[in-house]
Design a protein around this ligand. Structure first.
Ligand SMILES: [Ca+2]
Ligand SMILES: [Ca+2]
Ligand SMILES: [Ca+2]
Length: 443
């Protein structure tokens, strides 16, 4: 399958169940998995055996819009030991047209897997795959399981909720995702669901979350950091207070200031996507750009980060999401007394948009190359922004009273640039017009 925005370590993750009931389809074997044959990221397939596993049916796709929506992945199948009903559920980014918003979708079969009915959802709310994606991996994973008997499905899965910036401190990890449990009781032969019980193992956080639309007059806004890279005399250097840091790789290629990429007449921060490794060496690298530290007022309700980004980096034209070279934003907690840690901005965003798309456009693969970003497997700005700067907007929560730093993390793998997939293109990523604001909502 393709990669999935916000989610680490995705794979086809097969699940298998046997019908142990005394029903008409007793002995049937069901295997489910995700694949990308329809090229929309992934769909959920089932194959069944009616001869004890000697042969299996042709693959049958069970999600609602195969080939025409977003990724469905990490399925789980179980058979009611009493009734023989086959239950199947999976993560589903068909919850939105772009971005990492996800839900748990559900189908069932009462005829031994010949047909599947009533796509509905098991998760009570939609949630973002990237929430809680901290320095550890993975976040959401292949932890979904269920059993069923006497008409009751008992299902568990990992589900995120929006955490604040400091969630989990002093640990390096955040406290989401949690395990969500649901009991779904159904009539044996009918479609109606009569009882559901669900629970999170941890109580929801007490974060104050404001609606996305707030009238301007109801907000007091304070600018914490503004950088347009237009200072006189930079001559390619980063502005005062900004630093370039080499993360990994044989070749040190610092972030610089530059002009001319994407037709911009303004100066911007820039990193090239280039096969520029040392002779006989590798161009794989991780190069970082750090902002000055800013301190968020103690009465801040949320922080916004606005910037513009233009990118043309190596992606994989065979997939919607997979890309190899690009950059993403982490926010580092440098508050005195806190554990110093860098958290993906996506991990605690209430809102995140790149151009007209939610979240990032692409995701880098897992990659054990020590010269790449550690383990890879991060969503990022990558691929082709069409020769234009795109507006990026974040609303970040739970930052009141903290001191923090933006860290732009660029990584490229050992081979290929944007010019290998788009011949003649100039390759790299440019960032400009960064503004960090604290917002206080007037009550
Ligand atoms: Ca799909
Ligand atoms: Ca500029
Ligand atoms: Ca590459």
């Amino acid at each position: 399958m393709d990669y999935v925005l916000g989610n680490d370590r995705v794979n086809t993750s097969p699940s298998l169940a046997v019908d142990n009931s005394a029903g008409a389809f007793s002995g049937n074997v069901y295997v489910t998995y995700a694949n990308n044959n329809n090229r929309d990221g992934a769909d959920i397939y089932v194959q069944r055996s009616t001869d004890g596993g000697l042969t299996f049916s042709a693959p049958q796709v069970v999600n609602a819009k195969p080939g025409n929506d977003r990724a469905q992945w990490f399925p789980w199948v179980t058979v009611d030991a009493t009734t023989g009903r086959v239950h199947l559920f999976y993560y589903d980014q068909g919850a939105a047209r772009s971005g990492d918003l996800s839900r748990v979708s559900y189908v069932f079969s009462d005829n031994g897997g010949q047909s599947w009915k009533h796509q509905s959802r098991l998760s009570d709310v939609d949630f973002k795959a990237g929430w809680g994606n901290d320095t550890g991996q993975p976040n959401l994973g292949d932890y979904n399981q269920a059993v069923a008997q006497n008409g009751d499905l008992f299902a568990v899965w990992a589900q995120t909720e929006l955490p604040g910036f400091t969630d989990g401190q002093p640990s390096t990890g955040m406290n989401t995702p949690d395990v969500t449990f649901k009991r779904l009781s159904s009539l044996q032969s009918g479609a109606a669901v009569d009882v559901t019980v669900s629970a999170n193992i941890h109580p929801p956080s007490d974060l104050k979350i404001f609606p996305l639309a707030i009238p301007k007059q109801d907000m007091t806004t304070t600018t914490l950091l503004e950088e347009r890279f237009n200072e006189a005399g930079l001559n390619g250097a980063l502005p005062a207070g900004w630093t370039a840091a080499h993360g990994a790789g044989q070749n040190v290629v610092p972030w610089v200031t530059s002009t001319g990429f994407c037709g911009s007449n303004s100066t911007f921060a820039f990193h090239p996507n280039a096969n520029d490794g040392p002779a006989g060496g590798s161009p794989a690298r991780w190069e970082r750009m750090f902002s000055p530290v800013f301190t968020v007022p103690a009465d801040s309700d949320f922080v916004t980060v606005d910037l513009q980004v233009c990118y043309d980096t190596e992606d994989d034209p065979n997939f919607n999401i997979l890309a190899y070279d690009g950059a993403f934003l982490r926010v580092t907690d440098v508050t005195p007394g806190h554990t110093l840690r860098s958290v993906l901005a996506e991990a605690f965003e209430q809102f995140f948009k790149t151009g007209s798309e939610l979240h990032y456009p692409k995701h880098m693969p897992r990659n054990g190359d020590p010269r790449y970003f550690p383990n890879g497997d991060m969503s990022m700005w990558a691929g082709d922004s069409g020769g234009q700067f795109r507006r990026v907007q974040f609303r970040l929560v739970g930052m009141a009273g903290t001191s923090a730093q933006l860290r732009f993390e660029y990584a490229q793998d050992a081979g290929g640039t944007c010019a290998d997939v788009r011949p003649g293109h100039a390759c790299g990523i440019a960032i400009d017009n960064i503004i960090v604001r604290s917002v206080k909502v007037n009550q």
